[in-house]
Write a protein that binds this ligand. Structure first.
Ligand SMILES: Cc1ncc(COP(=O)(O)O)c(C=O)c1O
Length: 397
């Protein structure tokens, strides 16, 4: 007899898939014979950096008898990460105590709350943002508290708003920030990071900075949170090779920050898995030692960004495209309806465009989210041009 296995109460809260409605419309358009130009999910379609492939191939031989990898990552990988941080941001992070390897930023984002919060503690996060901020908090028994990202504040949290939340809720143990930001493309400035760090020292909470997109800039190179304080004790950053080296498929990143907090995350990781495959870390070493492929990657996204934003200009649609490989277009007031219409934008030739409605990127109460859609510039140049042509022909708004 089949036994009905009930999902846990926490899992139940995450069983409705946010993208379901648009996915259904996308499937239907495909069933109706539409070719869909897919700007939905932020997963690069360019190939993994060739040097990383060679590194991984050599690593597979080299580590054929290495057994379980180290929980914290190979010393060589952590050293390569430390050297990269020094070249890129001018900071000195000790590979022994202040850096640890992760299987991409996602797992680190999800797991970090397990190491530092207790049931009933609160975690501050953006109400429009990366879903694992919320999932990790909830699965660890924490309570999400949301702050708003508003256009009038350049999509940076207002320090005053954060302070009033901290005054009201004394159980905030941690706060997520994500710059360059998915989906708004905003980049944080020195003033913001400095003020936020001052607040974290006053109210005694951890700042966790998700910096998965620091290498996807337009002109000016973004900074890391850790450049703005000599005291890293309550600061931790998640870095990732995913976007920098088109490496989403091999799952590799690293966390860096104060030795205390990195130590807690390392302890937690010993309970979860047995580290990242050594061959993958060899790929990472090769990738971190090369910047030429990252420059090339940025040039491709620059072209796509230019093609898409010039079409949005022609269509009279306001947008934000300041970093990352997203364009955050203001199409309000009904992002889902706009996205559904795009799916059948060219009925005659049966071509559609898939984008992510802002409403689906809201992880908390965020009424403003419904005014935007997100284009992830991942289709080929040719498909981006085709989409741009179709957008240009839309009735002017
Ligand atoms: C804001 C943000 N953080 C982290 C990640 C995950 O990166 P990784 O592939 O390293 O898990 C993503 C992926 O899209 C993201 O958008």
């Amino acid at each position: 007899m089949d036994i009905m296995v009930e999902p846990s109460e926490r899992l139940k809260g995450f069983m409705t898939y946010a993208f379901a409605e648009v996915d259904r419309a996308k499937d239907e358009a495909r069933r109706n014979g539409f070719k869909i130009l897919d700007f939905g999910v932020g997963d690069p379609t360019e190939p993994l950096y060739q040097g990383a492939i060679s590194g991984m191939q050599k690593g597979a031989d080299k580590h054929s008898r290495s057994g379980y990898p180290s929980y914290v990552g190979m010393k060589e990988f952590r050293t390569a990460a430390s050297e990269w941080l020094n070249r890129r941001f001018g900071i000195k992070a000790d590979p022994e105590t202040q850096i640890t390897t992760t299987a991409g930023a996602k797992e680190a984002v999800f797991h970090l709350p397990f190491a530092i919060i207790n049931p009933g503690d609160s975690v501050l996060m953006p109400s429009i943002g990366y879903p694992p901020y919320k999932a990790g908090t909830v699965f660890a028994g924490g309570i999400p508290e949301f702050y708003q990202l508003k256009e009038e504040d350049n999509f940076l949290p207002s320090i005053d708003e954060i302070e009033s939340i901290l005054k009201r809720n004394s159980r905030i143990k941690m706060m997520w920030v994500n710059y360059p930001n998915n989906p708004t493309t905003a980049v944080a400035n020195a003033d913001f990071f400095t003020s936020l760090i001052a607040l974290s020292k006053k109210y005694n909470f951890v700042i966790a900075s998700d910096e998965a997109y620091t290498e996807m800039y337009v002109n000016e190179r973004p900074h890391t949170l850790l450049e703005y304080s000599g005291d890293w004790s309550n600061l931790i950053v998640m870095q990732s090779l995913s976007k920098r080296s088109n490496a989403t498929g091999i799952r590799l990143g690293f966390a860096f920050g104060g030795a205390e907090i990195i130590g807690l995350y390392k302890k937690l990781r010993t309970q979860i898995d047995s580290g990242v495959a050594n061959a993958v870390q060899e790929a990472g070493i090769a990738a971190l030692q090369d910047e030429a492929h990252v420059d090339e990657m940025r040039k491709i996204y620059d072209k796509k960004r230019e093609i898409m934003t010039s079409a949005l200009d022609d269509a009279g649609i306001k947008y934000f495209a300041n970093s990352t490989f997203y364009v955050w277009a203001k199409v309000g007031p009904d992002s889902i309806n706009f996205a559904k219409n795009l799916l059948e934008i060219d009925k005659q030739n049966k071509i559609g465009i898939n984008v992510t409605p802002g409403k689906m990127l809201a992880i908390g109460d965020a009424p403003q989210a419904d005014s935007y859609v997100r284009f992830a510039l991942v289709p080929s140049l040719g498909d981006t041009e085709l989409a741009a042509e179709l957008i240009r022909k839309m009735p002017k708004r």
